[in-house]
Design a protein around this ligand. Structure first.
Ligand code: ATP
Length: 248
């Protein structure tokens, strides 16, 4: 249902994505693992279309030239050069790295901002679900975003993305900088979201360990290229993957 083919991204002459192809089926969770600078955020920006805005911004400012190539098919249509806003309306929603919640808005306001693509009844129903799957948010609805812990911020960031009614949710390093206990809680929540909300999810992380139990399929990115791919068990059994991403 979602397929990227031969994605290439050059920042000036630096190759950030090198011929990356990936697929995510309906209701699947797909993991993308890679070290710092492997290209995870570049991939997420390309899939969501934000990269097109970055390209335009850089061009207008007369700064670096970014070149983007490849195809992205979503429900049979090539959306590679569709604006991010149009992709969002079609259900491709990015939850960006480092949360990017609005610090001067309350938790509830942050969630409501996310519902700009939802009908009133969808927004009410999704809010109920968000406060069920991320129960700690219920007690802090009036707190400002800037006064949340890292874990609360991440719950809020994912909750806000859910309010936009995703069909394909892109999670860029959602566990970054969080404690193992919170990582466990969040990865369980991501699985719950897939199981109960009927959506596909592509999640990137540096370390595979907390996410691999919930994925159906995964890719390893190295220097911008997808060097290994496979099902959950296949990746867990791969000695190279084990040593690099499980720390064993
Ligand atoms: P991290 O875990 O550090 O976020 P990442 O896997 O998300 O890493 P990217 O942020 O996609 O990696 O970066 C991939 C490569 O492209 C890196 O070498 C990075 O320095 C480079 N890069 C990213 N953005 C730009 C840019 N705007 N201009 C030039 N180079 C960039």
């Amino acid at each position: 249902m979602f397929e990227a083919r031969g994605l290439m991204v050059f920042y000036e002459n630096m190759l950030a994505l090198n011929n990356v192809s990936l697929q995510c089926g309906v209701n699947q969770i797909v993991g993308v693992f890679g070290a710092n600078s492997a290209g995870k955020s570049t991939l997420m920006y390309t899939l969501s279309g934000i990269m097109l805005d970055i390209v335009k911004k850089e061009e207008m400012a007369g700064r670096e030239r970014i070149t983007v190539r490849g195809r992205i098919m979503f429900n049979g249509e090539d959306i590679m050069f569709q604006k991010p806003s149009r992709r969002a309306r079609a259900g491709i929603i990015l939850c960006p790295e480092r949360r990017r919640i609005f610090p001067e808005c309350t938790v509830l306001e942050n969630l409501k901002i996310g519902s700009y693509l939802a009908t009133a009844s969808q927004a009410r129903e999704t809010l109920d679900y968000v406060l069920e799957v991320f129960a700690p948010l219920k007690r802090i609805l009036k707190r400002l975003g800037g006064f949340l812990s890292g874990g609360e911020q991440q719950m809020l960031a994912i909750g806000r993305a859910l309010m936009a009614q995703p069909k394909l949710l892109l999670l860029d390093e959602p566990l970054l900088g969080l404690s193992p206990a919170i990582q466990y809680l969040l990865s369980k929540a991501v699985k719950d979201i897939r199981d109960h909300r009927g959506m596909s999810i592509i999640v990137s992380e540096q370390y595979a360990r907390p996410i691999i139990p919930i994925i159906d399929y995964g890719y390893i990115l190295e220097n911008g290229a997808a060097v290994v791919e496979g099902g959950r068990q296949e990746l867990m059994d791969n000695p190279d993957v084990k040593s690099a991403y499980f720390g064993t």
